[in-house]
Design a binder for this molecule. Structure first.
Ligand SMILES: C[S@@+](CC[C@H](N)C(=O)[O-])C[C@H]1O[C@@H](n2cnc3c(N)ncnc32)[C@H](O)[C@@H]1O
Length: 371
């Protein structure tokens, strides 16, 4: 007889179990499946309670110090019982700690490691992501079925480039900064392996730079590098402000331009595209690489940081799982995809380029290409 598989839900950094499947019969596959899918369906509870707490100012108040539900309700002007329900929900997701105080009332604490996560001005805060989800994502996901039916095509029948408004990008921009440090660390190591160092004089072009965080961290890593951050006017203003905040403004040049219709200049040693290709159609991705190749120096490189599916890593690969769901999220919000390594290889070949490295980071792959 084979030993029963241990299906005990385990609390890990990545997953807070909400359904105790240990209480189900091991041989009832149907019940196990229903409970597992139900647990996916209640995934929407997490953004529900987190966003409500952010909206109400719960995190800002708890960043100042621990509080009881009564104390918080008074500060926030909310209903006492409902405030307790919300705090207990946050506790269920391991976001706030809950301990009994001397008088028997529960005291709620936001751990110090989470203060920056919700701070509106935090460099690696998720506040912008929360605002974006409230403005865009809840509504968009309701229309996924419609977009699957229609293919999210434009009026002319072509696939759509994902076009979030400049206003929505403004809200989102800083909310995805937290992705940058592990990506830049991997990219900088790969460049050092190719001879980059403290004395390398090079020009980085950050296409669709957002807050410019990737450029700014690269400028910190390579003291003689200069970076040009290309984006829409409202966004380059954010990038300039952040360059000053991080003390790299003397080597960061904002370039307000439309990457389709404007010239980006020549002499690029490293063209960087972070979270740009997943917004494209296959045709626009192809076009973008043709345009980039023309502006590269002889030994120039392109770094594409994106949700790049590597079929060889298999369907259970954590990155591939995330990327495939990211593609669904792009479809819900109107277009784009998670393209495969093979797609990129083909577009690169058409532009006279070839892949020289493919590197894993927690939520992206970094594809490095040259002539
Ligand atoms: C998903 S964000 C990525 C920002 C940044 N690279 C990052 O990963 O944090 C896409 C960026 O591309 C910019 N963008 C989109 N279309 C553009 C265009 N045609 N010209 C210039 N910038 C554009 C947006 O304004 C936005 O800042």
């Amino acid at each position: 007889m084979t030993a029963p598989v241990d299906l005990t839900p385990k609390a890990t950094a990545n997953h807070t179990p909400l359904v105790d499947t240990r209480l189900l019969p091991l041989d009832d596959a149907g019940a196990r499946a229903t409970h597992r899918v139900y647990e996916h369906l209640i995934g929407m509870w997490a953004p529900g309670v987190i966003e409500a707490a952010q909206d109400l100012g719960v995190f800002a108040t708890l960043t100042a110090g621990p509080a009881t539900a009564a104390g918080l309700a008074e500060t926030l002007g909310t209903d006492l019982r409902a405030t307790r329900v919300l705090l207990d929900g946050l506790h269920a997701y391991d976001i706030v700690q809950r301990e009994r105080g001397g008088d028997g009332q529960a005291v709620y604490t936001l751990p110090a490691s989470l203060h920056g996560v919700f701070a509106p001005d935090g460099l690696f805060s998720l506040a912008g992501k929360i605002t974006h989800d409230r403005n865009v994502a809840w509504h968009a996901w309701r229309h996924l079925a419609d977009n699957v039916r229609s293919g999210a095509r434009s009026a002319h029948g072509g696939q759509q480039v994902n076009q979030i408004s400049e206003e929505d990008y403004t809200a989102l921009a800083r909310g995805i900064n937290f992705w940058a440090p592990p990506v830049v660390s991997v990219l900088a190591d790969a460049l050092r392996e190719r001879g980059w160092g403290d004395e390398t004089d090079a020009l980085l072009l950050d296409v669709g730079c957002g807050t410019g965080i990737y450029s700014h961290l690269m400028l910190e890593a390579f003291p003689r590098l200069t970076a040009r951050g290309l984006d829409a006017p409202r966004i380059t203003a954010i990038a300039s402000e952040q360059a000053a905040r991080l003390g790299v403004h003397d080597r960061f040049e904002p370039l307000t331009a439309d990457f389709w219709n404007d010239d980006w200049g020549n002499g690029t040693d490293l063209a960087l595209f972070v979270n740009i290709f997943h917004l494209q159609t296959p045709e626009s991705a192809h076009e973008l690489l043709l345009k980039t190749a023309k502006g590269l120096t002889e030994g120039g490189l392109i770094a594409i940081v994106d949700h790049i599916v590597d079929e060889e890593a298999g369907g259970a690969n954590v990155q591939n799982r995330f990327f495939r769901l990211f593609a669904a999220s792009m479809l819900a919000t109107g277009g784009g995809d998670a393209y495969t390594v093979q797609d990129y290889d083909q577009w690169l070949a058409d532009a006279g380029l070839r892949r020289v490295a493919l590197l894993d980071t927690p939520m992206h792959r970094v594809l490095l290409a040259g002539r």
